[in-house]
Design a protein around this ligand. Structure first.
Ligand SMILES: Cc1cc2nc3c(=O)[nH]c(=O)nc-3n(C[C@H](O)[C@H](O)[C@H](O)COP(=O)(O)O)c2cc1C
Length: 366
């Protein structure tokens, strides 16, 4: 697939996810076959004010791989300056967030709120396009619409392309849906049918398996698929999609050894690149993600809370995978998790947080 003049090859795209798609996560997904990765959304206001919290998250990629920086805001000139900052750190693509449903974003009339202001949204795309060299495409990530009464995905996407967007990603839900309910594949299909053929349309929402991936492509005719939540702890989904795209059989599920190696790679990248005060929390997240659905994963997650130094967490993970490898040798591939021990409400909440399920409970507060 080509985005403007940028050839990104085949495979699925990694969705931008706040507090998830940091350098470590993006690198692991790229190594497993993601065609393109996106940073979490960064506030254009905060970036241009030089706020350390925002600029500190503007990591380039490792190994010179292409990546997209996503920005959000509502003042065209501020977004244009933020886009230039993204270009300065080596972004190959600048993506503008027009789909975030979180109240903290829509209250400032940014994110998905821009779908109610297509004129302003078009001026933003135009300003960002004008601020960047022609070699850096500007892309837009939007939703199906604001709510059931304003399903304006196709008309809105058309305006963004006329203003200079080289690709449009559609998360097939409305802002009111948050992350609940079903994805409207028809909205994505309508965007694909409306935009000129040379503008790629990316379908997004609820793709959790190769079967979902194929369904999304078939039902919408989209040019590529973007995957978010399902690859937390399962970057092999990118490997599987790439195999399909290359006409190869889908590989067998990862063995325990492969899981350990990839988890450890992810954890080592966290230790190397995460801000020191965040490392502990980020390491707990990797363990929670990679242990999901595996035997004694719930116990591991409980034990994580008690550890307060990174090397103890690494040892905990190594021990977990070593025990699973022994179990794999005697039980074969039956590595599923038995019923968890009863959890207190607090433990449950904490585990859900680590597993990144907060958005499923509070769909409008990403
Ligand atoms: C924890 C979390 C953080 C997210 N942060 C962003 C973000 O920064 N920018 C964005 O455009 N979408 C964000 N999203 C939405 C995802 O990019 C994606 O559109 C959505 O999760 C649907 O795809 P999925 O079903 O494959 O997860 C976020 C989603 C989650 C779950």
């Amino acid at each position: 697939m080509r985005i403007g003049d940028v050839d990104i090859g085949s495979g699925a795209l990694l969705a931008p996810m706040e507090a998830v798609t940091d350098l470590a996560f993006r690198t692991v997904c790229e190594e497993q076959g993601a065609a393109l990765t996106f940073t979490e959304f960064l506030s254009a206001q905060a970036l241009t004010r030089g706020a350390v919290k925002a600029t500190g998250r503007m990591w380039a990629s490792l190994g010179g791989r292409r990546f997209a920086v996503q920005v959000f805001g509502r003042e065209p000139e501020v977004l244009a300056r933020a886009a230039q900052m993204a270009a300065d750190i080596g972004a190959s693509i600048v993506d503008i967030n027009m789909g975030c449903p979180a109240r903290k974003v829509t209250a400032g009339l940014c994110g998905s709120a821009l779908m109610r202001e297509p004129d302003l949204a078009a001026r933003i795309v135009d300003a960002v396009r004008a601020a960047l060299p022609a070699s850096i495409p500007v892309t837009v990530k939007q939703r199906a619409g604001w709510d059931d009464l304003s399903l304006n995905a196709a008309g809105f996407a058309r305006r963004m392309v006329d203003a200079g967007a080289a690709l449009v990603t559609v998360h097939g839900r409305t802002r009111s849906q948050g992350f609940a309910g079903t994805v409207r594949l028809a909205s994505i299909a309508e965007v694909r049918a409306t935009l000129p053929r040379h503008i790629p349309v990316v379908g997004n929402g609820d793709v959790k398996s190769v079967a979902d991936y194929l369904d999304m492509k078939r039902a919408t005719n989209c040019d590529a698929v973007m995957i978010g939540r399902a690859c937390r702890g399962n970057p092999w989904l990118f490997r599987d999609v790439r195999a399909i795209e290359e006409g190869k059989p889908v590989p067998a599920p990862p063995s325990i050894t492969e899981r350990r190696v990839v988890w450890r790679r992810h954890a080592d990248l966290v230790v190397e690149y995460a801000a020191p005060k965040m490392a502990l929390h980020e390491l707990r997240k990797t363990l929670a993600w990679y242990s999901r659905g595996l035997f004694s994963g719930a116990e591991l997650r409980h034990r994580c809370f008690a550890e307060t130094n990174p090397s103890a967490l690494l040892d905990l993970g190594e021990g977990f995978f070593a025990r699973l490898a022994v179990r794999e040798a005697s039980h074969g591939s039956d590595l599923g998790e038995p019923p968890s021990p009863p959890e207190t409400k607090c433990q449950e909440r904490h585990a859900r947080h680590l597993l990144g399920r907060a958005e499923e409970r509070e769909p409008c507060d990403v």
